[in-house]
Design a protein around this ligand. Sequence first.
Ligand SMILES: Cc1cc2nc3c(=O)[nH]c(=O)nc-3n(C[C@H](O)[C@H](O)[C@H](O)COP(=O)(O)O)c2cc1C
Length: 185
Amino acid sequence: MRPDPVSINVLALCGSLRATSSNREVIKAAVELQPDCMSIKLYAGQASLPHFNPDLEETTDLPDKVAELRSLVQGADALLIACPEYVHCLPGSFKNLLDWLVGCPDFPGKPVALFQATERHEYLPAMLRDVLTTMSAQVIEDACYELSAHSNKLTTETITRDDRTRASIEGKLKLLVKAVEAGRV
Ligand SMILES: Cc1cc2nc3c(=O)[nH]c(=O)nc-3n(C[C@H](O)[C@H](O)[C@H](O)COP(=O)(O)O)c2cc1C
């Protein structure tokens, strides 16, 4: 029997709830292009998380959806985040998700790669990095990727069909593998 080649579990978080989100298409392209040793799982529960309230954290029973999110983070070796800019800021539902992770004991030190589909996004890249580093995540700059495009037209197929884009995404995912492996030493 061949050993399971998957050794790096990545939890992908898409900051947009839009059905045809270009940021989600970038994540789906990464799923298609991931190396054999990687398994990217796209988190789908963002819209069902309750509004963050510290009182809810202090009870012994965390809301089920929050417990599920934290357990997925616990099981992930790294996070892949693709998030749009809304009004010079993070989308509210994504900030809500991150607020729930502030108290997640497995979040500090977690390697994070930021993938982003962007037309402009002047403020989001720095702001997201600031939020994540304040939460003590480890943003792996070498593994971050920005896809400049008229993002509403992006699909997984158009992304993966372009040789240069394909090579860039594959390269960035390999650098994420390298960073996770280096952290295991
Ligand atoms: C409510 C709203 C606010 C936005 N604000 C900004 C903004 O401040 N700066 C910017 O560059 N783009 C802004 N955009 C454009 C989105 O960031 C852009 O369309 C992005 O690609 C959407 O991501 P998605 O395709 O993953 O949903 C805004 C879009 C929406 C819906």
